[in-house]
Design a protein around this ligand. Structure first.
Ligand code: SGN
Ligand code: CA
Length: 544
């Protein structure tokens, strides 16, 4: 099925006049580096200035922001890994590229159009290193070396075009991926332009830091978010039936690393998936650092909110320790580019596959259309078109990466692509006439871990309308069918705690946004493409 969906015809048509910045770029073809991390929240990237990041800064990412443009309103179209990765490659919404959720059914068909394939055809050298998280062999890359599924922090397994079998490699994951990227740059054909995707595993659950950082920030107390003890009182039931709270679902052993609570030291769990991969010396060091801290906490016999607060501190500390390694590794790549004269003619993009909750609403994980997971960090540096230390507040989305890269390379953008090039924003950060004033979001991965109900919605600069709708039957077996709406007044209620959908004062806003959502769903053919949720298959699986 092909879609003719150019949501911003004015901007797109205005993009390629002869003599324009892009036409000039075609003469000296720009290199592309897309650095995408996993679950990295904008709250922990210090260029954004959030309170956690002030205590745990990211100097190298800030250095990239100081060279380029920081996007404050960058969003994904589906806040979960595999769909987001397929969206990056195709410039399409999830239901169009086929990877609407995690898992293999339905899965992204690797034979479809992707921007790396088009760049490769246009003479680019292409490569991807790190997390792939799709169920097909990478296509459109001269070289690839990818992690096994989510990968591990310690001594991960990789499959490459040269060695398709997964093999263990010694080292810490962020370091290995950066080595691979630099090594590839070093040995590339220097006569050709390149497009390199560096896809880190960091900072995905369960946040195993590099040992040199395992006690970093130990003496810091990180501030709790305002909504840490949210009671979800104004919302649809979805916010109450999710299973991603720090209080209930963050695990003491697997997530918080209180290994003393393990009855069987060889138990199969996500703690041991990392810990037992470590060398005996690493295990010893790990226990030397975490052991006394855990003992101290256990001796206090914490209960109730005190325990939740302790878990929060352990979570944030391990998370920002992983961010620290990531920041170092981005710095190492930037150094390489500087030292090899590549920083001028390379567009360097830093983003994440989606955002993440740092305790807002008492959550970790993502998936919801609320700000912290819908939004994602984004920095773009390209000195030929972007002034240093600029900020862009316009609405951009991960459907825009593919067309941006194609436009930069002077390659024609296929009509089926839904996003638009971000290049018109580069000069000043201000949008030209006709730029989008709304974003569509959809989420399908239910029933699934964390039990977030299916929903979609529309966000404008002032409001967010969310529609939760599915048949129920998820991992919280009491879930019945849901068909429920939420509206947030983003200017008055930026933390999204006050659902005003039923407030008569917002009746006009609701009517307008419902129409806009219906129009968007019709334009994108959402209804006809939504895959059927197989309740019986799920129930059978659960009862085994
Ligand atoms: C794992 C995590 C989940 C996470 C998904 C998807 N559990 O299942 O918490 O939501 O990955 O993450 S874990 O205990 O195994 O870490 S995603 O980034 O790939 O979308
Ligand atoms: Ca992710």
């Amino acid at each position: 099925m092909t879609y003719k969906l150019l949501t911003l015809p004015v901007v797109t048509a205005a993009l390629l006049p002869a003599g324009s910045a892009i036409a000039q770029q075609e003469a000296q073809r720009v290199n592309i580096i897309h650095i995408m991390t996993d679950d990295h929240s904008y709250q922990t990237l210090s260029a954004y200035g959030g309170p956690i990041s002030k205590l745990a800064p990211t100097p190298n990412l800030d250095r990239l922001a100081a060279r380029g443009m920081l996007f404050t309103h960058a969003y994904v179209e589906n806040s979960i890994s595999s769909p987001s990765r397929a969206t990056l490659l195709t410039g399409k919404y999830s239901h169009m590229h086929g990877q609407i959720k995690l898992g293999k059914k339905p899965a992204f068909n690797g034979d479809q159009m992707t921007f790396p394939k088009l760049l490769q055809e246009a003479g680019y050298q292409t490569a991807i290193f790190g997390k792939w998280h799709l169920w097909s062999t990478p296509q459109g890359f001269d070289d690839y070396k990818i992690l096994n599924g989510q990968g591990t922090y310690y001594h991960p397994e990789f499959s490459s075009n040269e060695h398709p079998e997964f093999v263990r490699e010694e080292g810490y994951v962020a370091n290995i991926i950066t080595n691979d990227a630099i090594n590839w740059l070093e040995h590339r054909d220097k006569e050709k332009p390149f497009c390199l995707l560096v896809h880190h595993k960091s900072v995905h659950r369960n946040w195993f830091p590099e040992l040199k950082y395992a006690d970093l920030y130990e003496d810091v107390t990180f501030p709790e978010p305002e909504t840490f003890f949210d009671d979800y009182s104004t919302r649809c039931s979805a916010a109450r039936t999710q299973t991603m709270t720090i209080e209930h679902e963050m695990k003491m052993v697997d997530d918080c690393k209180v290994f003393e609570l393990l009855e069987d030291p060889n138990a199969k769990n996500t703690f041991n998936e990392e810990f037992l991969r470590m060398t005996p010396e690493e295990q010893k060091q790990f226990k030397t650092i975490y052991g006394p801290l855990n003992e101290k906490m256990l001796a206090q016999n914490l209960q109730g909110k005190d325990l939740v607060r302790w878990k929060y501190q352990r979570y944030i500390k391990d998370y920002v320790r992983c961010v620290k390694s990531l920041d170092d590794e981005v710095g190492r790549l930037l150094d390489y580019l500087d030292e090899n004269g590549l920083s001028e003619n390379t567009i360097i993009v830093y983003t994440s596959d989606q955002g993440f909750y740092m305790g807002e609403h008492n959550w970790f994980d993502k998936r919801f259309m609320y700000e912290e997971s819908f939004r994602t960090p984004l920095i773009i540096a390209y000195p030929k078109m972007i002034q240093p230390s600029t900020v862009c507040d316009e609405l951009v989305q991960n459907i825009d990466f593919a067309p941006t890269y194609l436009a930069m390379a002077g390659v024609e953008i296929p009509e089926e692509i839904c996003g638009v090039p971000l290049t018109p924003l580069f000069a000043t950060g201000k949008a030209p006439e006709g730029w989008r004033d709304e974003l569509y979001y959809h989420y399908y991965d239910y029933p699934s871990i964390h039990n977030v109900r299916r929903h979609d919605g529309i966000m404008t600069r002032d409001y967010k309308l969310i529609h939760f709708k599915d048949q129920g039957g998820g991992n919280n077996r009491t879930d019945g069918p849901i068909d429920c709406w939420e509206l947030y007044d983003l200017k008055k209620d930026p933390t999204e705690v006050n659902n005003v959908y039923k407030d008569p004062a917002y009746a006009d806003v609701v009517a307008d946004l419902k129409k806009r959502l219906a129009d968007k769903r019709a334009e994108l053919r959402i209804e006809e493409s939504e895959s059927k949720f197989d309740l019986e298959a799920w129930k059978n699986k659960k009862s085994k």
